[in-house]
Each structure stands twice: as C-alpha cells, then as structure tokens.
Design a protein around this ligand. Sequence first.
Ligand code: HEM
Length: 119
Amino acid sequence: MTMEILYSFLVVGHFIGLAAIVGPFLVQMRRNSDFAIGAVLGGAITQLVTGIALTGIAASQIEDYTKIFVKLGLALLVFVAALLGWLRARKSGNTRGVKPFFHAAGGLALVNTVVAVFA
Ligand code: HEM
C-alpha cells in the first residue's frame, strides 16, 4: 500500500516534470530570447529522477526494457540540451543563444511523450 502511494506521487511528479519542459516550449517556441530554460532543466532532472524511481518500483512487473531504455536515452539528451542551454545563458547573462538547445529539449520531450504512450 505505501509503495502504491509512493508510486502515485512519482507519477504525479513525472507529469509535473513533463509540463515543466513542454509548457515553456509550447508557449515560447517562436521567441528568440527570454526562454525559461531553468524550468526546462528542472523538468529534465525531474523526469530522470522520477522515471528511474518508477522503473525501480515497477521492476518486477516489467518484462521488456526496450521502451524504458529508449526513454532513458531520449531523457538524457533532453537533460544535456537543457544543461548546455542553461550554462550558456548563465555565461552570457541572457538567453539569446539558447534557442537551439531549448528547441532540442522541448522537441525531444514531445518525442518521448509519444514513445511513452504508443510504444
Ligand atoms: C523527457 C522525459 C520523459 C517524458 C516526456 C516522459 C513521459 C511519460 C508519460 C507521458 C508517461 C505516461 C504514459 C502512460 O501512462 O501511458 C510516462 C510514464 C512512465 N515513464 Fe516516462 N517520461 C520521461 C522520462 C522517463 C525516464 C527517463 C524513465 C525511466 C528511466 C521513465 C519511465 C516511465 C515509467 C516507468 C512510466 C510508467 C508510469 C505508469 O503509468 O505506471 N520515463 N512517461
């Protein structure tokens, strides 16, 4: 029972992390500056932590890890893109050069959502 409650909290966290990446991306994708890259980085970290914890708890029920590994690989790419964008913004003091990283992180998170639901 306690494990089920923890699992449910982690699923909620997984959706909040998804929102923190895809939300800013959809709202700000047409901009050239002022990207909420910090939120995207926070979301990417949240997805890795909650996703790995969910997998750990559900391990005995998971028969095929292909989808999990694909999701993990994509989530790592989302994290690296968000981190590089965030570091660039911190170094230059603005988010003007962040656009490619912001788009890579947002786009790959959308791909991961499709993988999560269809695969
Ligand atoms: C950008 C990264 C990620 C996104 C956008 C994402 C998206 C999603 C979505 C939309 C669901 C719900 C699917 C459904 O219930 O049908 C889900 C569930 C899940 N994800 Fe992720 N995910 C990400 C990263 C990860 C990672 C890195 C892992 C594990 C290494 C992971 C493991 C899981 C597991 C185990 C579930 C099943 C939860 C359940 O419904 O019981 N996810 N993910």
